[in-house]
Design a binder for this molecule. Sequence first.
Ligand code: BYC
Ligand code: FE
Ligand code: FE
Length: 475
Amino acid sequence: MSVNYSERIPNNVGLSENRRLQRALEAWQPNYMRWWQELGPEGALDYDVYLRTAISVETDGWANFGYVKMPDYRWGIFLAKPEEGRTIAFGDHRGEPAWQEVPGEYRSPLRRLIVTQGDTEPASVEQQRHLGRTCPSLYDLRNLFQINVEEGRHLWAMVYLLHAYFGRDGREEADAMLERHAGDPDKPRILGAFNEPTPHWLAYFLFTYLTDRDGKYQLASLAESGFDPLARTCQFMLTEEAHHMFVGETGVMRILQRTCEVMQALHTDDPERLRAAGVIDLPTMQRFLNFHYSVSLDLFGQELSTNGATYFTTGLKGRYHETRVTDDHRLSDATWPVAVPRVSAIVREEQPALLAINERLRDDYIIDCQRGLNRWNKEIEKRGVDRVLTLPHRAFHRRIGVFADVHVSPDGRIVTADEWARQVHQWLPTPEDHAFVASLMQPVTVPGKMASWIAPPWRGIHGKPIAYEYVKFHC
Ligand code: BYC
Ligand code: FE
Ligand code: FE
């Protein structure tokens, strides 16, 4: 399963044995490169970046580190090793051999899933393209670029499936991936969170903690797919996702450490004084957390979804760790508790588990999000500060599903439009919050130096010191 790097498109799928497919992907490649040049990291085409490149899909020794100019990054096609005799783990086809070709009757929903997944990858690169201009350190800049090239590769992963298995429609969908753009009013990205701006590094760290984590849960569900090439692709993508969430979790942690340090030094929790000292106060952190969490919850779709039920029943998309769940894996009679707004309160009602597939995945996601919050709160406590960050209620600030039409406070009360309007500035980032955070974003590009608002990481990358020159600019 080692990757062949002698070809124009590195791969471990024997691309050279399928000339037609190889030619089709080689024809898409220049369009991708043009897109990267126009909408990839701004002004960074010529930087030498200390990047990790996958060289094998084995767990040991699968990466190579070295300076690379991003346009020279070897984007390619890597699938996890096939599992001998793999069978479909859920739905109507449970127990049947996994599909190596697209089942004709499921062609359209399968394509839709792959397109939706693929669309998010270049979207995130577009959203993050201006951040390089305001990096808090070279260490952070390098991690941003590492994530960007990997999201680019995730696009390649989905484009490969479209080209290899969906003929002409697939090629058209692959082209359209480079035509929709994050936040474009005429041709937006498919899912809401991927049209939101990522205007500064606080938004970016919360995005990689919360929105990349949706990626983890969606990819894990697709890694259960009865369509084996999709399952194997997503399994490999998941190994890269872990690093994206690490960047988010440690980024937020380092901001909190710095803030708490200054709170202790100045003996104050007054946001104005803390802001004047160049750190981000905790209420502001909470408001940004509220925003990114709520838009990420929307990514799981409606609480009750016939799409979700169909994906499951037909074996296209499973649950998180499907094979570890102990039930019939068909959900014919099972129920699942789903939160819904009733006259004056939010209550849980038992609903058919099949329809509640999206909600169940959201439940798994929420539990996982809370783990990082616990670690952040422990750090805040350790530094002698008496305040915690909390995840807002799942119904807070939602645009998709049953809560889209009600106003709900972060603590889960249904409130009137008036109360919402009066309080929203305490719950979600205000224009002033954005302006303040943006004002902190002065680039720091001296090796080992950090911006005022963030603590240094506890170690460097791949055994290198924190003060290593992770990015070389040549100017
Ligand atoms: N915004 O029946 P429903 C990642 C639409 S992140 C806008 O509930 P379904 C990454 C929905 O499409 C992982 N529209 O939908 C992270 C449907 O449209 P139609 C991305 C939305 O299909 C960071 C309608 O509402 N991967 O990898 O059950 C950086 C009815 O809804 C939204 C995937 O999402 C929304 N938030 O569930 C880089 C996996 N939510 O049919 C990368 C693939 C729903 O009425 N996608 N709608 O036109 C899926 O599995 C499903 O499409 C969804 C939606 C879970 C997203
Ligand atoms: Fe990704
Ligand atoms: Fe990611």
